[in-house]
Design a binder for this molecule. Sequence first.
Ligand code: SAM
Length: 346
Amino acid sequence: MSVDYLHTTQTKNSKATRLIDPQGRHLNYLRLAVTDRCNFRCTYCMPKEGIDLKARDDILGFKEMQHLLGIFLDLGVTKVRITGGEPFVRKGLPDFLSRINQYKKLETINLTTNAYFIEDTIPLFQKIKSGSINISLDSLKRDVFYQITRRDDFERVWNSIEKILLTDLNVKLNMVVLKGINDNEIVDFAALAKNNKVEVRFIEQMPFNGGHFSNDTISAEDIINTLQNAFPNLVEHLTVKSTARIFEVPGFSGKIGIIAGHSRTFCSTCSRLRLTPDGTFKTCLYDRGAVNLKDMLRIGKSDQAIKTAIRDAVAKRAKDGFESEQRAQQIIHFAKTPLSMAQIGG
Ligand code: SAM
């Protein structure tokens, strides 16, 4: 437990230490879910009564997260996204962010949040090496916001978004498109990119709502068609290598992104790894976890053993989300257990 992450002089990881999967994808981006708790109850993420929460002892402590993050940095990870649940419901998050900000090998700290608590933290984000702050917002209408989140908090969230948009932070707005609920707001959302330097991103609904999933979703292609009808000069940036397809409308300050999380058309470029709140290490959103790193830490396994476990999991990484899902369905006790994105870290 004595790796000195702060003062390392090695800034670039050699090929030998980097995590490369069987398809040759370099995995340098860790999504770290710091909690499974959330103050919202978005219908597409969890049932009204919430999800079965892990006991506090079964959740990674911040020190454990720091330790594991250090190990991932040694293995060539350079970016982290803090997510959850809602990251800000975890007490001590700002201190944790300040601490990991000192890790030399960590190039960017990204965050995904519902923005309910973000206002007070804006100055902190201006100080740390923050990359993108992704804010989930699924409606511009108070009643629809309430219908989706089951919380009447549109005004508070919108006021915070207006404040953060006035800063020079890199903000992305994420909207999960829901048939018959908010799909009539696609054009209004895209229009937010006209005068704001923001990336407005439309996300396909995925089968992680903690319950029954209906396949009655709006596809990325449907979203693109709607956008093309509204903005005939919409152009796609074909050079950007990202999990989002990026579009621009000439004259707009911001951009438009489409994330085909359910169609899974971006797996060939996916560089993401995940650590869930209970320490499960995942190499794909659709898998059921390769190994529990918290358990390894708590029984005193060495950093070297943990690195080997991470490498072994990466060596078996599925080629895409469909293969991962298929493998997960073969594990009898997982096959019918619904998951919520809050348990995975979206
Ligand atoms: N609480 C934070 C938030 O609201 O952004 C972070 C966690 S949330 C699980 C992360 C992202 O996952 C959000 O953008 C949310 O909209 C998205 N998400 C949750 N469930 C989803 C689902 N079933 N399909 C697609 N996206 C989902």
